[in-house]
Design a protein around this ligand. Structure first.
Ligand code: NAG
Ligand code: NAG
Ligand code: NAG
Length: 310
């Protein structure tokens, strides 16, 4: 047939292009300090709307400073996502953690069930250590090359930030042994900047002194919302060369959704005084999914290229 030969190059180009673009889109992991996210925040329609927009960009999103012991707020978030998003989501939460009854917080991971399996969870419990001990989760995704990896969340107590970040090394040893997996990522609001962690403090932090750990959010980033503070509090760190190789280069960044979604600073602050941070993993070539927009584009180009022959 005539069209076969004349349009084959276009079709080929399109599939290569879509392959390239969806590959570049990769698998996104996010961490967001949602500053006292509780049922009353979840009942605010505008706050909920913004939060679901942020979370729905991520294959896995860690939320910190969640105050939701009855799980009603997170249930609302997950239900809203499942009603409106093209993916299905689930959440896994730690218990309420903290040293004083009026400041108990949870770590919550929300993840897409279409692209991610949870394969293990572990609450770090060493006495006299963290104020909010990491609630560690192992995930598996055939959409990534790395396949199975461990996420260690941390929202430090600001006054103990140096010590708590250093202790992440002990958590690393415990969980990498437990699951025989050294593909470990640490993420969250470490307060790893400004007055809480100075350049001089780094010699006391094993995640800095051991070259096997790579810090993916730079010191010059500003993970805070207001203009008064300019601090790289929120971080993502990975262990090992093999995990580092599977990170999309330069994908570690702050997601300023005020700018992206054209949301006013006032509205951003209703949700949190932090911005989320994120990183992308390289996707496995066998499980590519073209984005809806791209498929639409592809279909219209194909239709358009047939028209002259009809
Ligand atoms: C999740 O696990 C199931 C059962 O092992 C497997 O068939 C599926 O491919 C996994 N999903 C992903 C995205 O890796
Ligand atoms: C641990 O993982 C390594 C490399 O993935 C593998 O060769 C080894 O057999 C595993 N050990 C155990 C006890 O499962
Ligand atoms: C870094 O990792 C390698 C391979 O796992 C290990 O042999 C080495 O001791 C580690 N480096 C440090 C400083 O711990």
């Amino acid at each position: 047939m005539k069209w076969c030969s004349s349009h084959l190059p276009i079709l080929l180009l399109l599939s290569v292009l879509s392959l390239f673009i969806s590959r570049a889109a990769g698998f996104r992991i996010c961490a967001y300090n949602v500053q006292n996210f509780n049922p009353s925040k979840a009942n605010n329609y505008l706050v909920l709307h913004t939060l679901t927009k942020v979370v729905s960009r991520c294959d896995i999103c860690l939320l910190q400073h969640v105050v939701d012991p009855d799980s009603t707020a997170i249930k609302t978030v997950v239900e809203t996502l499942n009603r409106y998003d093209e993916y299905q989501y689930q959440s896994v939460s730690s218990k309420s953690l903290g040293k004083s009854p009026d400041d108990m917080q949870q770590y919550v991971f929300i993840y897409r069930t279409n692209t991610v399996n949870m394969t293990g969870q572990h609450q770090y419990t060493k006495k006299n250590s963290f104020v909010r001990e990491p609630f560690v989760v192992q995930f598996q995704s055939s959409n990534t090359n790395i396949n199975e990896f461990i996420l260690v969340p941390l929202h430090t107590d600001p006054a103990k930030a140096v010590q708590e970040i250093d202790w992440l090394y002990d958590v690393f040893e415990e969980v990498s042994t437990k699951w025989n997996n050294t593909n470990v990522m640490f993420l969250g609001d470490f307060h790893a900047s400004c007055a809480y962690v100075t350049r001089q403090d780094r010699k006391n932090i094993r995640l800095y002194t051991d070259p096997n750990f790579s810090w993916l959010i730079g010191d010059r980033e500003d993970t805070t919302v207001t203009d008064e503070t300019n601090c790289a509090y929120d971080r993502i760190v990975v262990h090992g060369q093999s995990f580092l190789k599977e990170i999309v280069p330069f994908s570690g960044r702050v997601f300023n959704f005020g700018r992206r979604f054209k949301t006013s600073m006032k509205r951003v602050l209703e949700l949190s005084d932090h911005f989320p941070v994120e990183v992308r993993l390289k996707g496995s070539a066998l499980h590519l999914q073209a984005t809806p927009l791209l498929s639409l584009l592809g279909v219209s180009v194909i239709v358009w290229s047939f028209l002259p022959d009809l």
